[in-house]
Design a protein around this ligand. Structure first.
Ligand SMILES: *[C@@H]1O[C@H](CO)[C@@H](O)[C@H](O)[C@H]1NC(C)=O
Length: 144
């Protein structure tokens, strides 16, 4: 039991929950503001609705058996390989790489996702909660 708790600690040790403006700054530093015409506020809204800014977020409840990973909740059927879901692995990564505080991998994969024709519309949470909304509050007070 103690061993299990320790392993859990190690597994979670490099996960991170961002604060809103902190995450907005990281996104901006990685060139996400205006990437493919998508505003910083859209990315922040998307991350808030998908993961609450938590790099360790996992959703195993998709009806097709696929799993969503990380701060952008990227899907194992299309974008990453978890060793279980049949995948096209469009980002050419292991899904576990989307769960760490090294967000470079997740951000590069999100960029890959929006280069497809549906763009940011690939994310259901963005369509349902961010699209055609006033998102100014997502970057308000961040000094960006
Ligand atoms: C969006 O909301 C902000 C803050 O409530 C407001 O100042 C701004 O005028 C709104 N923008 C639009 C286009 O409605």
């Amino acid at each position: 039991m103690r061993c299990l708790v320790f392993l859990l600690f190690v597994a979670l040790a490099n996960a991170k929950v961002y604060e809103r403006c902190e995450w907005a700054r990281v996104l901006k530093n990685y060139g996400m503001d205006g990437y493919r015409g998508i505003s910083l506020a859209d990315w922040v809204c998307l991350s808030h609705r998908e993961s609450n800014y938590n790099t360790a977020a996992i959703n195993p409840y998709n009806t097709d058996g696929s799993i969503d990973y990380g701060i952008f909740q990227i899907n194992s059927r299309w974008w990453c390989n978890n060793g279980v879901t049949p995948t096209s692995n469009g980002c050419n990564i292991r899904c576990s790489e989307l769960l760490t505080d090294n967000v470079r991998v997740a951000i590069n994969c999100a960029k890959r996702v929006v280069r497809d024709p549906q763009g940011i519309g690939a994310w259901v949470a963005w369509r349902n909660h961010c699209k055609n909304r006033n998102l100014s509050s997502y970057v308000a007070g961040c000094g960006l």
